[in-house]
Ligand binder design. Sequence first.
Ligand SMILES: Cc1cc2nc3c(=O)[nH]c(=O)nc-3n(C[C@H](O)[C@H](O)[C@H](O)COP(=O)(O)OP(=O)(O)OC[C@H]3O[C@@H](n4cnc5c(N)ncnc54)[C@H](O)[C@@H]3O)c2cc1C
Length: 342
Amino acid sequence: MKLETDFLVIGSGVAGLTFALKVAEFGQVTVVTKRGITDSSTAVAQGGIASVFDTAVDSFDFHIQDTLASGDGLCNEAVVAQVVKNGPDCIRELIDLGVHFNTTENPNDSASGLDLGREGGHSRKRIVHAHDMTGQEVERALVANIRQNDRITVLEDHIAIDLITRSTRMKRGAVITAHETECCGAYILDRASGQVKTVAARITLLATGGSGKVYLYTSNPDVATGDGIAMGYRAGASVANLEFVQFHPTCLYHPDAKNFLISEAVRGRGPSSGTPTAGPSWRNTILRRIWPAGMWWPGPLIRSLKRAATIRSFLISPTPIRILSENGFPICMPNVSASALI
Ligand SMILES: Cc1cc2nc3c(=O)[nH]c(=O)nc-3n(C[C@H](O)[C@H](O)[C@H](O)COP(=O)(O)OP(=O)(O)OC[C@H]3O[C@@H](n4cnc5c(N)ncnc54)[C@H](O)[C@@H]3O)c2cc1C
């Protein structure tokens, strides 16, 4: 079967759906996604999105410095600056699309009205969030907008297998070589019928997320198998930085259940700097269980990750799980708290 579309978007996370909504203004869009539309890393993201809103105490420069320090010398500074400076506008776009972020009534908290949280590596409160289910709320609003747009067709349970490319013969001196120079769609497997569909498109976007699921232990969803990176590579695209795989050091381990992320925001509610001080506070109790000493901030963490072949610091003791059901966690982090107790 052959289908034609102006824009083929492979993946239904925040990247794919945001792109689909923007380009629908210019033509017909087909979004393919290998499971249900909400099966994505986006939908399971918890803590929130870092962005500068409280300009009385925060600035782009502070956010850039924090990011560079966390990256421990590995960041591309131009990209960091671009992402940081575009953050507030992107958040406002999401709000305009109907995303409900937590707000605060307290005028001393944030001039923006947004309830800003703080996470490890950030010297200021700048995490815009929807409780501890931020990604679920972002995905909900994007899907609602997608469903209302009659220029966008969504094909669920459709797996992109490979890109379709056109090659150009190039003559350099006496040598003629073939180069894959143009992508004109993709072959897509319809899981229900077992049929491979040929989808021809003027523009194809790979928005297939990460590859965390190739590891045995991960907080990533099952769909995160790196297909898009492989497809792009096979089509001749350059790939880079493949050693950077999302790794959450705080996962709940249970022999009979899937790994579940204990949000970084849990850590963010802990001590503001340095190593933990002795004392009976719940923060120290939970954090010392989760984090080995000296791994409080991303800099040292990244350095130790670089050294370690494998790191598995799973949360296996029942004590921290009990703590997640107390100390106000059920109110501010209902998702983490409830899931940890199941
Ligand atoms: C547990 C967890 C918590 C997180 N918490 C945060 C957080 O608090 N803050 C933050 O900023 N980030 C967080 N992240 C990271 C964030 O979720 C991701 O960076 C972001 O959602 C990636 O969006 P994406 O659209 O690129 O990919 P995804 O949301 O993963 O979407 C990829 C899509 O591609 C589809 N797909 C893949 N291969 C194919 C194929 N071959 N054919 C068809 N479809 C395919 C998938 O089904 C999926 O729909 C978290 C991630 C996880 C896993």
